[in-house]
Design a protein around this ligand. Structure first.
Ligand SMILES: [Zn+2]
Ligand SMILES: [Zn+2]
Ligand SMILES: [Zn+2]
Length: 338
């Protein structure tokens, strides 16, 4: 018997976190029941926009470059964010008085332009381009993690206006924090607790189990892709390295190439079944190697969900797509024949 009854409604707890969701199987949403995905505007499809600071020839319009792939004709560029949320100009200074606590907005916030082509969407990128994106994450994380006052480096990709991508030229972000974000700390603490009791990494155990269940989407030599047991987002997925790595920094060339291919394959499946949904993906990692924490990528498509009072007020998320059903469609085991 495998855990999770996909035909009944149930409360499910996250693998590690003290967070619960209600899997509402009685309201199950097939891909064809999902909201209409907003189509891209015609003007966003052109290959070059003279006004766009991310287009080739306009490099002087961006803050100084910190990394590039390629030479004069670049394939990818990284530079400071003009509208950064945090800045290295200041120092991380903490203040605490009574119940007021703050830290100056110290940090680094950079943008990664993944393609010189203004009209190319993430969904049209090649596996090699996606590999380059991860290499840039590796390079910049390495540089940023050494800086004084940096406690965490978060690499993110937002796609689509609804998911926070404000400019049409596709790009990703790297942002540092003077604190370890609560969500990561919560994962670290729970993983440590599990390791203390079982002397095993919980994520390594999750992979072994989950690729045998209906929540497996696909797996390759170095990676496994699953729909998490207590998914908060409809069609959410999780990419894990099969080897125990704590961060992206530990992946070698071959693994990075396969990661590009894995992400490409996963997003081709999203594209096929839900027509290029807006999404966010984030890298969760520990910046130094430890036995209990395991590098993974969380993928949150935005296909239906609007958080209501239950979510906002009780932090219990109602998900209308059981992960077993999501994995069924994403793996091709189930077909949506309407
Ligand atoms: Zn552009
Ligand atoms: Zn592990
Ligand atoms: Zn995580």
């Amino acid at each position: 018997m495998q855990a999770g009854n996909q035909s009944k409604n149930e409360f499910r707890k996250d693998y590690l976190l003290d967070e619960w969701v209600i899997i509402a199987a009685n309201r199950a949403k097939r891909p064809s029941d999902l909201k209409e995905i907003e189509q891209r505007k015609e003007e966003d499809k052109k290959n070059y926009d003279p006004q766009c600071p991310f287009c080739p020839g306009n490099e002087a319009m961006t803050p100084p470059e910190t990394y590039r792939a390629g030479g004069e004709k670049w394939g990818l560029r990284v530079f400071g964010n003009k509208f950064a949320a945090v800045s290295p100009e200041t120092k991380a200074v903490k203040e605490k008085k009574d119940f007021y606590e703050n830290i100056t907005a110290f940090g680094y916030h950079e943008l990664v332009v993944e393609t010189p082509d203004h009209g190319q969407e993430f969904y049209d990128e090649s596996p090699e381009q996606i590999t380059e994106l991860f290499k840039s994450f590796q390079k910049r994380t390495e540089a940023m993690k050494k800086k004084n006052g940096v406690k965490y480096v978060l690499c993110i990709k937002n796609y689509g206006r609804e998911c926070g991508a404000s400019l049409s030229h596709t790009h990703a972000q790297i942002i540092t924090f003077p604190i370890i974000p609560h969500r990561i700390q919560h994962e670290l603490d729970s993983a440590k607790e599990y390791y203390k009791k079982k002397k095993k990494c919980i994520y390594c155990e999750i992979i072994k189990k989950e690729i045998q269940t209906e929540r497996r989407i696909f797996d390759k030599k170095h990676f496994a892709v699953i729909a998490p047991y207590a998914s908060k987002w409809p069609y959410e997925s999780l990419i894990l390295t099969k080897k125990h790595y704590s961060s992206l920094q530990e992946l070698n060339e071959e693994e990075l190439r396969e990661l590009g291919g894995t992400v490409k394959e996963l997003f081709s499946k999203y594209s096929e079944i839900i027509k290029r949904p807006p999404f966010n993906f984030v890298l969760h990692q520990n910046l130094s190697k430890i036995p209990h924490y395991h590098f993974h990528i969380e993928v949150y498509p935005n296909v239906h969900k609007v958080w209501g009072g239950v979510e906002k007020g009780a932090s219990i998320v109602l998900n209308e797509v059981p992960p077993e059903m999501a994995a069924g469609y994403l793996s091709g085991r189930t077909k949506d024949n309407i």
